[in-house]
Design a protein around this ligand. Sequence first.
Ligand SMILES: [Zn+2]
Length: 311
Amino acid sequence: MARNPVQFQRGMSLAMFLQRYGSEEQCHEALISMRWPSGFVCPACAGCSHSYCKPRRLFQCSACGHQASVKAGTIFHRAKVPLTKWFLAIYLLAQSKNDISAMELMRQLGVRYDTAWLMKQKIMAAMLEANAAQKLDGDVQVDDSYLGGVRSGKGGRGSPNKVPFVAAVETRRDRPRRAQLRRLASFKETEVAQWAVIGVRRSANVVTDGFLPFEIFAKKGYHHNVVLAGSGRPKERTFHWVNTLLGNLKMSMTGTFHAIRRQHAHRYLAAFEWRFNHRFDLAGAIDALAQTLLTAKPAPYQCITFAEASG
Ligand SMILES: [Zn+2]
């Protein structure tokens, strides 16, 4: 039987990972080359001339005297957790097929549960930010769905306890390429339109079922195909990849989490989306994620509302 090249790719072994990111110094050097690939640039005056104090890991600008660490102004800023643990958390969250719970992260990293939970949320927030720059194009299957309820099928749409989200898969030659799982405030046309304009290029060929809010695709000038059950076209085949994505998402979530609070749902969806879109290059995904964390806006504790934690 032919092996699926995505499932059987080597990725990055734990041994290889530890060889590259096993010490605090290695992680620090990795961040420096990610943040300043052409050498230090002073955040205050953009000067390049500098000295470096290795024991304190501080750069000092020769022009203005400003002192900067590679972590300043990033998610790692003031973090008490060593960079080796951050990189291990990145490795575990990027490489796992079905996500890992904060409890598992706590065990693997040897940190307190609250710390593991917050690190995980920050990494997922960075994934969310990275996803936002992606736009789907070409053939795109779109469907509406809900977390915390039965699959839209489509009874129970709009129940107050469910989290509505849109699932979209870009395909090429009948194979899935990239996907989006984006939380919406509701399935009002305006909400769907807001996502569509940001998430899908106008040149895309969008296919949906007859759910009325999806009419905005045609209104916004997209090439929009509506496929209805019983219209003579094979509906299962038309939506095969978006249905598969939703099936995998559901399995991943029920296998790993007891419950996901509404206010965190968008980050869990983002993590699943991020992993799906990096599945072709697991080894490169580690660096990509560390780079994203480095450039992501620091997400303070308050923004993530720890009091509502779960998962
Ligand atoms: Zn300076």
